[in-house]
Ligand binder design. Sequence first.
Ligand SMILES: [Zn+2]
Ligand SMILES: [Zn+2]
Length: 438
Amino acid sequence: MDHIVQFDIHIEPARQGTYFTIPFEVPEDIETLTLKYDYDRRPLDQQFLENGRFSARPKKNIIDLGLIGPDGVQVGASGSDKDEITVSEEYATPGYRPCLIVPGEWQVLVGAYKVEPEGTKVSYEVRLEGKSRRLLKGDLHSHTLASDGVHTLEELAFKAKRNGLDFVAVTDHNQLVPKAAMPRLPGVTMIPGVEWTHFNGHANFIGVDQPYDEPFATNTPEEARSRFESAHQRGALITINHPFEPVAPFQFDLQTLPFDCIEIWNGPMRESNLKAVGYWQQLLTAGKKIPACGGSDYHRDTPFIFLGGPTMGVYAESAGASDIVAAVRAGHSFITFAPNGPTLEMTAGEAIMGDSVAWTEVKEMQINVQGLQAGDVLRAVTAKSSEVLFTAPADGDIEITFDMDSPGFVRVELLRAFLPGLPMLPALLSNPIYFDGG
Ligand SMILES: [Zn+2]
Ligand SMILES: [Zn+2]
């Protein structure tokens, strides 16, 4: 929900040369703050000449603008240069700092630099744009020149934009790039991360600048666990990467490590990914609610590897990195083979992918797939069965319902014949909705 706060103040000439603040309240769930102000900025006087008009340069009033967050820290200051500024987690007007629009008491900083003898009225308007759930596409696994990739951070950001992605997590091997060092390209959320890379397995720690203080290197399972625990405590999203990739399988005991997601789809779909899907299915069948994720593991373009291959489709509450990470952690997502691949909406009552509902209250699930190709096969996978729901007779979209006849999870797979004569492969894999019984 959007909110608009307006207030006028009258500045007496006696306050000329002083600074003061005006507090205003920001409620919860705000994505973007825009602050505008207006006052009598007219030049001192105008002289009308016989053949024209002369405008004097000095202004009648000069009122400076600044913004202070609830923690008392300056978000920015712009003198009297800008009459409107915008701040969000990912973007801010130059001179201001991108930051979360957290609830609490914010303050407008007023600098009464020059005030006319009669005083001046200043009108402020704060526009607070509320968060709202939307589908964002992105890549959770990428490398740059900082490890064995070939692109700079800027090139990666532009490549994400060109490929139609809304976000990209930068996960260089054992190499951290803090958020502040990330390029700010409007429309692309850059998420800091690191691929913790060990001889015995790889895991991404995403969304925090510094998941652990020590060097990455560990020689015992206990030391490895301490890195995971530190990352977990600091709020990193932990993904277990390419667990069955023959060159770098994950060999640590997952029972002993905190983690959030399993990367079931790493780069092009192949046997190691299909094994990961099978392993994930076993965990789900055992009653574990573990979300799946995917990422291209992008290093450079090749005929089969590109940024966004696969793409995560994430239902996030805002375009901010923290909301994207939270949505991935919650399993509010599906994985599709490319940025322009099919998309999926899946709901059961109020629940979306990753959520749980009580089976006694909700038994029906709505599935809406956009971007089907002729021959695509949509199936619902539960602990007990894999049921074909629909085979697309032509290119198009489908809305279909699925009834859960007993408690458990259900997820969907969309299979496609990418190459004639070869077996069908996943074009899209969803996270489950969990129908809790008991
Ligand atoms: Zn790796
Ligand atoms: Zn990697």
